[in-house]
Write a protein that binds this ligand. Structure first.
Ligand SMILES: Cc1cc2nc3c(=O)[nH]c(=O)nc-3n(C[C@H](O)[C@H](O)[C@H](O)COP(=O)(O)O)c2cc1C
Length: 150
């Protein structure tokens, strides 16, 4: 199998758990995307900050030490559904790379809206990559990982 990076953003830990499970199943490297400005712990405050970023099409700056993507040909990218798409920090991360020729597998945790709302943004942010439809991170089990990332 090709070399895989699992990268994720998680605010309250649910996506982190799924990302770690995927990385362990695939014995892949795992990287957490961390914006310099942390989001408020309080959910309603976080929703407000995220809404301002979304409405302004902001790309929040990320902490350094980003992975060298040339080492990988497959990227699994995980994030929570925020306002029916991805958190803007995920776009900062993806747009910082030339992903031409790579395969991208998004997965999304959520509270009912499902994963599909991010598909358009994933296609736009990963130019030149083969971007698979986003998978429902709430339902992904360890036994499904290897057949998903074939
Ligand atoms: C700013 C914000 C916006 C959200 N918007 C949605 C949404 O539109 N639809 C949905 O189902 N869940 C929404 N949620 C819930 C999260 O997607 C859900 O709790 C997710 O699994 C959390 O993942 P995490 O623990 O990795 O941060 C939102 C949460 C936050 C903080």
């Amino acid at each position: 199998m090709s070399k895989v990076l699992v990268a994720y953003f998680s605010h309250s830990g649910k996506t982190r758990k799924v990302a770690n499970m995927i990385a362990s199943e695939l014995q892949a490297d795992c990287f957490e995307i961390e914006p310099i400005r942390e989001y408020p712990d309080d959910e309603s405050q976080c929703i407000e900050v995220a809404r301002v970023e979304y409405n302004g099409n902001v790309r929040p700056a990320l902490r350094g030490g980003l992975p060298d993507m040339d080492q990988y040909d497959t990227l699994v990218i995980g994030f929570p559904n925020w306002h029916d798409t991805c958190p803007m920090a995920v776009l900062t991360f993806l747009e910082g790379y030339d992903l031409t020729g790579k395969t991208v597998y998004p997965f999304v945790t959520h509270e009912g809206s499902g994963p599909d709302g991010s598909n358009k943004n994933m296609q736009k942010a990963c130019k030149g990559a083969d971007v698979k439809p986003a998978r429902d991170g709430n339902r992904l089990e360890a036994k499904d990982v290897k057949s998903w990332i074939a």
